[in-house]
Design a protein around this ligand. Sequence first.
Ligand code: C5P
Length: 297
Amino acid sequence: MLRVIAPAKVNLHLSVGSLRPDGYHDLTSVFHALELADELVIAPSDLLRVVCDTDLGIDPVDNLVYRAADAMSAAFETPASFQIALHKHIPHGAGMGGGSSDAAAVILGLATLWGVDPRDQRCLKVARDLGADVAFFLCETGAALMTGRGDTVGAELPPLAGMPVVVLCPPSRVSTPMAYRRFDADPVPGRSADVMVEALKEGDRAMVVRSLFNNLAPAAVSLAPQIADALDWLVAGDGVLGAAVSGSGSAVYALCADEAAAEMLAGRALVDTPWWAVRTALGPQGVHVKTNREVTT
Ligand code: C5P
């Protein structure tokens, strides 16, 4: 039996470019893992079965966890005879990469159980075929510059692990394809990720805060106007250094000055706003096998 931790992500920088012939957009993004994470328990079974403690509103075989196990089985010509129990903590459909991280956790878990290097090209191909965000979560560190469709590692970066974060998630889910279509109808210019990359390399929190960028945010806001309200609420909070939309939303996040400020802000969010809220922090790593010392999230 193996326990695998599947962290959420935020995009510290997301610069969407032009539409490609394959229906995806070229983009440049700096992804950062969070401590907020799902957990997967992978145990031997007679056949592949996925159980989830949350109703995700989809058929279990359409779950990225099931599809990842199926794709690994095909890639390595080995039956994926496992029961995979998925414990969800990351809100789904929120731009936090929950489904993609779960898929990456299955790739890592099965590779580990089969004695395969998770950075084997076959694992990376399985990751890319499942979705644009999956490859990031297989990075060794918690931060990376991603290019292409968002599935090519431009550079792994030193994470700002421990920086306090508060996430707010308005209930109106944003469909990612719709956000990109809205973007195409009214494109917003992108910008280089160089400053954000430099900020992480220097470990410069102030520069990270100053460089937060997401040109998909206006499209997300036009589909779910509450995102703008949630952002305004965060920005006005005590001890908030900066705030941004993660991916195509609807999650927004604030980088906070210290843990006490984050604790206070998350507590106030639960009382003063109708939105799902959590206090977490930027995390040190992508998907990883859980150690005995790690506390369950
Ligand atoms: O790959 P994933 O399933 O995460 O992407 C969901 C949708 O988001 C795609 O079908 C596409 O419409 C849009 N997308 C895009 N360009 C990207 C990533 C996603 O247009 N680089």
